[in-house]
Design a protein around this ligand. Structure first.
Ligand SMILES: NC(=O)c1ccc[n+]([C@@H]2O[C@H](COP(=O)([O-])OP(=O)(O)OC[C@H]3O[C@@H](n4cnc5c(N)ncnc54)[C@H](O)[C@@H]3O)[C@@H](O)[C@H]2O)c1
Length: 317
């Protein structure tokens, strides 16, 4: 492969596959490293038109042979998105979560260091990193204390700590993007912010939507196309830093529901069930650091991004 080869771990997943599409369009040779545990071949369908520019490796990031894969392709950049990305699963099976998200990530980081990769860009989790914020601290900046309240949040945070050690000890160049609640086409309803795809699926099928709690809990929804743009910008600037990638806007689950219901022409009230333990009440991340240093800003308004999801759900039939 060429000197402009990049590895995308988790490239068959929701966010990773959109990143793969954009990297191919930019002329990179892309190697997808994915075990297809939650990703799918369908997510890579659009990318196959790039022929030999795309290489797909069915590979578990926890496997010691990962370094050989890296040796074979000599990547210039590594985008590390492979993860066990389901918060509830991390509570049901914390050992699996830690195995993939901590040990697997360490395997990716160590393989990248050994191969002299120019930069690793990591998909951190802004939605779980900071825990429940005080009202006065919203929108949360990157300097806020890291107090995850789920096993998933802990495992994703641990990687930031390892990256910091690698930066200090080896001068390893990384950028960590602390992603808010990402939504968009190809999203699996079981992921971190599956609420958009769950509502879309139900509304499209004219089925009832369920809201856990009173629906006034807030989230910070950022469109996948904007997130991919942040990954691209992180290739050239911001080394050694963590950036929130977010809309910096709080949207309640009730507001989200009615925005989507309107787009589907639905007028039914959702069903309210008791709130789920461990869910954050408020979530909103400041994106001012990304604006300043990465020259990044979200360009999709919520209604625009939701229309794209609805279009995608419709195209699946
Ligand atoms: N979706 C969000 O809102 C969000 C928010 C914050 C952070 N993130 C992070 O962004 C990244 C991508 O998330 P996503 O929503 O696209 O999730 P996803 O589940 O769609 O993608 C994860 C990918 O990793 C692959 N994978 C899982 N275990 C693996 C293993 N052991 N070896 C190789 N591949 C493996 C899966 O098959 C999948 O393709 C994850 O690291 C996630 O923690 C996502």
């Amino acid at each position: 492969m060429s000197s402009d080869t990049v590895v995308v771990t988790g490239g068959a997943g929701f966010i990773g596959s959109h990143l793969v599409d954009r990297l191919l369009e930019h002329g990179f040779d892309v190697v997808v490293v994915d075990d297809f545990s939650s990703g799918s071949v369908a997510n890579l369908e659009a990318a196959t038109r790039f022929g030999s520019q795309l290489k797909v490796m069915r590979q578990d990031i926890t496997d010691p042979t990962l370094v050989e894969v890296f040796e074979n392709v000599s990547p210039r950049f590594v985008f590390h998105l492979a993860a066990q990305s389901d918060v509830r699963r991390s509570m049901a099976d914390p050992v699996l979560d830690a195995s993939v998200n901590i040990l697997g990530s360490l395997n990716v980081i160590e393989s990248s260091r050994r191969l002299g990769v120019e930069r690793l860009v990591y998909a951190a989790s802004g939605g779980t990193l900071y825990g429940e914020p005080s009202l006065a601290s919203l929108p949360l900046k990157e300097t806020a204390e890291h107090r995850p309240l789920s096993n998933y949040g802990v495992s994703k945070k641990a990687v930031l700590d390892y990256l910091t050690v690698y930066r200090e000890v080896y001068g390893f160049a990384f950028v960590a993007l602390a992603l808010a609640n990402v939504y968009g086409p190809r999203q699996d309803p079981h992921g971190e912010s599956g609420v958009v795809s769950i509502f879309a699926g139900n509304l499209a099928a004219r089925e009832h939507c369920v809201i856990y709690g009173d629906g006034e809990q807030t989230r910070d929804f950022v469109f996948v196309g904007d997130v991919v743009e942040a990954f691209l910008r992180a290739m050239n600037t911001g080394a050694g830093e963590v950036f929130n990638i977010s809309s910096s806007t709080e949207t309640s689950v009730n507001t989200l529901y009615w925005e989507m219901a309107k787009l589907y022409g639905a007028i039914e009230e959702p069903t309210y069930l008791p709130g789920r333990p461990g869910e954050l009440r408020r979530s909103c991340l400041s994106n001012s650091k990304a604006r300043e240093i990465l020259s990044w800003q979200p360009s999709f308004a919520l209604a625009e991004g939701l229309s794209k999801v609805i279009e995608w759900v419709g195209s699946k039939g």
